[in-house]
Design a protein around this ligand. Structure first.
Ligand SMILES: [Zn+2]
Length: 581
């Protein structure tokens, strides 16, 4: 899709659409849209800003954050070398440029992603910068415009990059509460964790002509389904046809469309803010310091792995996937009482990969929602291997909201290789379904307790795991990408999965040290599947110990502390605290 400039001759470039050789100045005058075939070449963030904002109105927001390599990640190259290379080749500090400006005279805060910078991947710094742009919009009471271009989360920052989906989503939620418009403009390409969060949980979603957006990439879907993809799959027109974007906009019309949308909402906005929404920045920072109400620091060495020899990460991955490992329905039987299953998304489907309903925990009523796998091949197939469809995420959303209305705490049990990466899932808005769950959990006015019981696979796991307390069974794993998927991208081939598993820091003790999980629940001597009854006993005790203190916290305070918990995964945290070593 990119217009390529031959190295020896920068004056000409060849159109990726029709192969016409074009004079660069002419192409640029035409906003990098091929005058012959209409192909929209990718734009870097600086050029995009030049095209969109009123001349002289641009004020860049600070983009310097402490350099961070929280996992000491090394594949065939150390991560800091990749960062240095991206900075040198783009002239940018990170994969997003944030600013305030006016568009057609309307003040906005903007965050513009740049695909040239490590594929526009969402790491801690990118998440932090976009969050700050959203907070600036909140402080200035202006709309927020996001221009997305990303392959997804940044693998080299592991689960911390996954957390950015929640961090940015809760900033979007704050704007939603304050009655401030949020607009995302999808550009080519927008995938993975970015698609499944702030690219689709904004008020308005525009797609630039030629953009493609999806939760799973076409290569992954082809690999998993073994089928050819429909014509035009995941293109802007496909997204429009399937109800996932408000409009498809040619680049030359984008500025005008944004101006019209911003004008309409400004006219309709009440003169005074409807509700006070959030403390000023200084108070937020104070809360960051005393957020210990929810995250009681404990000595990681005293938990979980104390009695057992340290396992290799790859062994843990295999244990987490063991077919004998207790499932959500097993725990509903052994840990809870009186489970009454509730079905359906009320939009036409009931997803078997997610089960949920009312239950009691030591006599207290709770809403339990979890991924369901199975022990036999037939069960696994019937449950789609625990990979939820958009209908599953929407069922979970319905049950979370119901729980909040009834004043019931939510307990989630996470065990999924990832969200369903199929063609139908994409057609039904998988990215937006996950994004809405993540956002809703950041504001849900009732206690939420999540447990990673087996596999915590990427956005599909996070869709149930934005919680006040996140527990993790000792042999569970939680990761931004599967080790196999990571190996296929960053190593020469998938056989490097064991190395990738180690590099990703996906085990419970590692994630406890990174603060992604609050407590590790130890398993019986070998693993959960060898003694399910003892595992259930320990899980029940851990659930009660963590849930009871939450019941006394007023809902508004819970939400504030939950947001604080996820706000801390930004680059602030990375800059001020050592990672693993
Ligand atoms: Zn062309």
């Amino acid at each position: 899709m990119t217009a390529t400039a031959p190295r020896e001759e920068q004056l000409w470039s060849r159109c990726a659409g029709c192969a016409t050789l074009l004079y660069r100045k002419r192409l640029r005058r035409n906003l990098d849209v091929c005058p012959e075939c209409g192909e929209h070449a990718r734009l870097g963030a600086p050029e995009r800003l030049r095209q969109l904002v009123d001349p002289g109105s641009l004020r860049l927001l600070p983009d310097r954050l402490p350099g961070a390599d929280p996992l000491d990640f090394v594949d065939v190259l150390p991560y800091p070398h990749r960062l240095t290379g991206a900075r040198a080749s783009t002239g940018l500090a990170e994969g997003v440029v944030c600013a305030t400006a006016t568009i057609g005279g309307h003040p906005v805060a903007l965050a513009v992603m740049d695909f040239r910078f490590l594929g526009g991947s969402l790491g801690c710094a990118v998440g932090e910068l976009i969050t700050r742009a959203a907070e600036r919009a909140l402080d200035d009471r202006t709309p927020l415009v996001l221009i997305t271009a990303s392959g997804g989360a940044r693998m080299q920052e592991g689960a911390l990059s996954l957390m950015q989906m929640a961090t940015v989503s809760q900033a979007i939620a704050a704007l939603r509460e304050a009655g401030l418009l949020t607009v995302s403009v999808l550009t080519d390409p927008t995938y993975g964790g970015v698609a499944a969060s702030f690219a689709t949980n904004t008020d308005l979603v525009l797609a630039e002509s030629g953009a493609r957006m999806g939760f799973a990439g076409p290569r992954v879907i082809r690999q998993i389904t073994g089928r050819a993809l429909p014509e035009g799959f995941q293109t802007a027109d496909f997204l429009l046809r399937h109800g996932q974007v408000d409009m498809v906009v040619q680049r030359r019309s984008l500025r005008g469309r944004l101006t019209a949308l911003l004008a309409a909402t400004r006219a309709g906005r009440p003169a005074r803010p409807p509700v006070p929404h959030q403390e000023p920045a200084s108070h937020r920072e104070r809360l960051a310091d005393d957020g210990a109400v929810v995250t009681r620091p404990t000595d990681p060495a005293a938990e979980g792995d104390a009695g057992n020899a340290v396992r290799d990460a790859w062994d843990t991955v295999r244990t987490a996937r063991h077919p004998g490992r207790p499932t959500t329905l097993d725990y509903l039987d052994s840990v809870f009482d009186g489970f009454v299953e509730l079905h359906g998304d009320r939009l036409g489907a009931d997803c078997p990969a997610i089960v949920g309903g009312l239950a009691r925990l030591a006599g207290r009523h709770v809403m339990v929602i979890g991924h369901q796998k199975g022990h036999t091949t037939a069960e696994l197939v019937a449950r789609n291997f625990g990979m939820a469809s958009p209908a599953g995420h929407r069922k979970a959303l319905r049950l979370m909201r119901l729980a909040a209305r009834l004043g019931l705490p939510v307990v989630t049990l996470v065990d999924t290789p990832g969200a369903d990466p199929g063609v139908s899932a994409e057609e039904h808005g998988q990215a937006a379904a996950i994004a809405e769950n993540i956002l809703t959990l950041t504001v849900l006015p009732t206690p939420v307790l999540a447990v990673i019981t087996g596999e915590g696979g990427s956005g599909g796991a996070l869709a149930l795991a934005v919680a006040d307390r996140v527990l993790m069974l000792e042999n569970a794993v939680y990761s931004v990408i599967s080790p196999e998927g990571c190996a296929a991208i960053l190593w020469p081939d998938r056989s490097a999965a064991p190395q990738a598993a180690r590099a990703l820091r996906l085990t419970a003790p590692d994630l406890r040290r990174l603060g992604v999980v609050d407590e590790v629940v130890s398993e019986p001597s070998s693993a959960a599947h060898d003694d399910p009854a003892e595992t259930a006993h320990r899980l029940r005790a851990a659930l009660l110990a963590n849930l009871l203190p939450l019941l006394d916290v007023p809902p508004a305070m819970l939400v504030r502390l939950r947001r604080q918990r996820f706000r801390r995964f930004g680059a602030n945290r990375v800059g001020t605290r050592a990672g693993l070593r």
